[in-house]
Structure formats: C-alpha cells, structure tokens
Design a protein around this ligand. Structure first.
Ligand SMILES: C[S@@+](CC[C@H](N)C(=O)[O-])C[C@H]1O[C@@H](n2cnc3c(N)ncnc32)[C@H](O)[C@@H]1O
Length: 354
C-alpha cells in the first residue's frame, strides 16, 4: 500500500474509534475536534474535552448528582455484569420486551447515516445486546450523565464498534431538534429528575417518523412501594460503597429464599394489597409484593447484588402507570406501536408523527 493511502486509512481508523466522530462534531455544529482540556459551545452549553470525552458543564440537582454517583459506582463494577450468563439473560429479557428489533424493516433498511441515540447508555450493554451487529453500520451515540460513559466508550472500543460518546444530561442535550433517527432509553428516563420531562425533551430531538424505544418502571402494590421508598431513603445517607455492602445483606437473603424453591398458593385476590390469587414461588412473592430481592440460580452474588443495587441506590427512581406513560407519549406526538407491560415495568416502541 502506498504511504498516503496508508496514512488516510489510519486516520479513518482513528476517527472511527474516536469518542467524537466527524458526524457527531457536525451535529454539534463544529468541524474540528477540540484537544484535551479544550472547550466548545453547542446549543448554549459549554462542553469540555476530558480524557477524550466531551462533557457538559451544566450543573445537576442534588438528587440527579446522587443518582449519577450511584451509577458511576455501579458501572465501574464490570465483573458484576459482564459475565456470559448475565449477558444472555439480559439479551433474552430485552428481546421479550422489545422483540427482535434487528428483524424490523425500519432497522434493516436504516441508512448508514442513521443516528441511534442511547440516552442514559450506562456501559452500553443493553444497546449492544439489543442491536448487535447493526451498531457497526449505523451511527451510535451513547450519552450518560455519569462517568459510566467512559466505560461505555471503552466497552465499544474493546468490541471494535465505532461510536460517539458524551457525558451530558438527557433532559438537556446539546443536539439540534429533529436530528436523531432512533432513541433508546432503556431504564434511564425514570432516573432523571422528571420522567415525563425527559421523555418530552428527547422526543423533540427525534426526526418525524423516528422510533423512540424505552423502558420505565411500573408502579407496584402498596407494601413494595413502601419498602422501596424506605430502603432508598436509608441508602441516601451512605457512600455508594457502603450502600453496595448494605444491599449485599438483602441479596444474600433473597438468594437463601430463592434456593428454598418453595411454591405458595395465594387463595384469592388480596385487592387491598394488590396481590393476585394463584401459585407463586415464595421468592417471587416477596420480590413482587414485599421487597425487591432479585435472585437467579445462574448468577453469582455480585451479579445478583448489581441488580438489587441498581434498584435501591439511585435517589431518582420514579414509577409510573401505563395510562400516565401513554398520555405522555400522545402529548409528545409519539404513536405507541408496541407496549409490553409486565410486573416490573412498561416497555414501549413508539413512532413520532410525520
Ligand atoms: C439503569 S441504567 C441503564 C443503562 C443502560 N441504558 C442499560 O440498559 O444498560 C440508567 C442510566 O441512566 C443514566 N442517567 C440517569 N439520569 C440521567 C440523565 N439525566 N442524563 C443522562 N443519563 C442519565 C444513569 O447514569 C445510568 O447509567
């Protein structure tokens, strides 16, 4: 290969691996990548390049800051979510709810210029499991308010998938209106200060005809709601590390109950407590109606604790009803194409009106 071709191939490879690819620079209204420590402005925000990632200077509320700190800690525990059983389980759970989106015409026919915004990307694991190889042929933009975005960028680089990354607040993103083709907000909207506000502001970034896919926690029965609020309030007083250790006791209890593998027959509906009649495993009964104590026989204690910590530690963790979510979609001009409501949450694929 001659020298200049070689150099240009190297340049392209570097740009493909960069957390700030050319198409993202263009979306931000710039044509030159800032150097380390350099700041750029975009849509009224100052973004500074730190450790190779653009980060907003906007302040967040105390609740949002605590939530971001909890996630920075959680996603740094890579061992607790990168195992193959956990990945398979995550893929199955995502597919049950969203279906196999890679088989959908709108994704199969998506052009190379298609921008997929992973709003609240964490370590980027859900997007990878849900979109698989498709990520390599479209433009992936991972945004998170926490330091998890660094892990996502690393994770994508490790897998050889190009992507753009920013540390910013998904309720105030410095992107042009109607500039994004697909939004995935898997488990993130309810961790912002306002689930409805996040949905509304993200919908404005979506192109007409674009898809908005998201998962939001569902409101549970009264005992579970009480325990959730009580445990969450106690953990707020602790550092993320202390909270991780405190939740571990609860995870061990859930595991002990799960290993009993006992079936219970609820004789009739207990309407007052929103507990339905019928057979249910004891661990699932406690999990759904008394306190969240995730357990799965294929996962080890760290992996189990990761899921319980994810639930209890962040200060922001709002729960909604299906009616609320449908009304918000209608107000934001989103037509619901698929809705899966299960005990844990509400999953929606919606399309923005043309
Ligand atoms: C439960 S995790 C889900 C991560 C990822 N979507 C996944 O499914 O693996 C929620 C993520 O939303 C992020 N988040 C919460 N509030 C946010 C906000 N206002 N702006 C951007 N990210 C936010 C958290 O930092 C966290 O990484």
């Amino acid at each position: 290969m001659n020298e200049s071709l070689n150099q240009s191939a190297t340049f392209e490879a570097v740009m493909a691996r960069s957390t700030l690819p050319e198409w993202l620079l263009a979306l931000l209204g710039h044509d030159r990548a800032p150097g380390e420590g350099e700041a750029v402005t975009a849509f009224g925000q100052t973004l500074t390049m730190q450790s190779g990632i653009l980060r907003t200077d906007l302040e967040t509320s105390a609740k949002q800051t605590q939530t971001a700190d909890a996630f920075s800690y959680k996603w740094a525990q890579r061992r607790s979510y990168e195992g193959s059983s956990r990945k398979t389980q995550l893929r199955d759970w995502l597919t049950e709810r969203y279906g196999d989106v890679t088989a959908e015409d709108w994704l199969q026919n998506a052009p190379e210029t298609c921008v997929l915004l992973d709003a609240g990307c964490g370590a980027g694991v859900s997007a990878q499991q849900l979109f698989g190889q498709v990520l390599s042929r479209i433009r992936y933009l991972g945004v998170d308010v926490s330091d998890a975005v660094e892990i996502a960028a690393q994770n994508f680089a490790d897998q050889g998938i190009a992507g753009g990354f920013m540390q910013a607040d998904i309720t105030r993103l410095p992107l042009p209106p109607e500039s994004v083709d697909i939004i995935l907000a898997e488990g993130s909207l309810h961790h912002t200060d306002s689930t409805e506000g996040a949905l509304k502001s993200l919908a404005l970034l979506l192109k007409p005809g674009g898809r908005f896919m998201f998962y939001i926690y569902k409101k549970k029965g009264p005992i579970r709601e009480f325990t959730d609020d009580d445990v969450r309030a106690k953990l707020q007083e602790m550092t993320p590390e202390e909270a991780w250790n405190e939740v571990m006791a609860l995870s061990k209890l859930g595991k002990a109950i799960g290993e009993l593998d006992v079936e219970l027959e609820v004789p009739e509906d207990v309407a007052l407590l929103e507990i339905p009649a019928g057979p249910i495993n004891l661990q699932r009964f406690l999990y759904w109606h008394v306190f969240k104590c995730f357990y799965h026989p294929d996962l080890d204690l760290d992996e189990i604790n990761h899921i319980n910590f994810d639930w209890y530690a962040p200060r922001n963790a709002h729960r909604q009803t299906s009616d609320e979510v449908r009304a918000w979609c209608a107000n934001a001009g989103l037509h619901v194409e698929r809705e899966v409501v299960e005990d844990a949450g509400i999953t929606i694929i919606s399309r923005k009106g043309q």
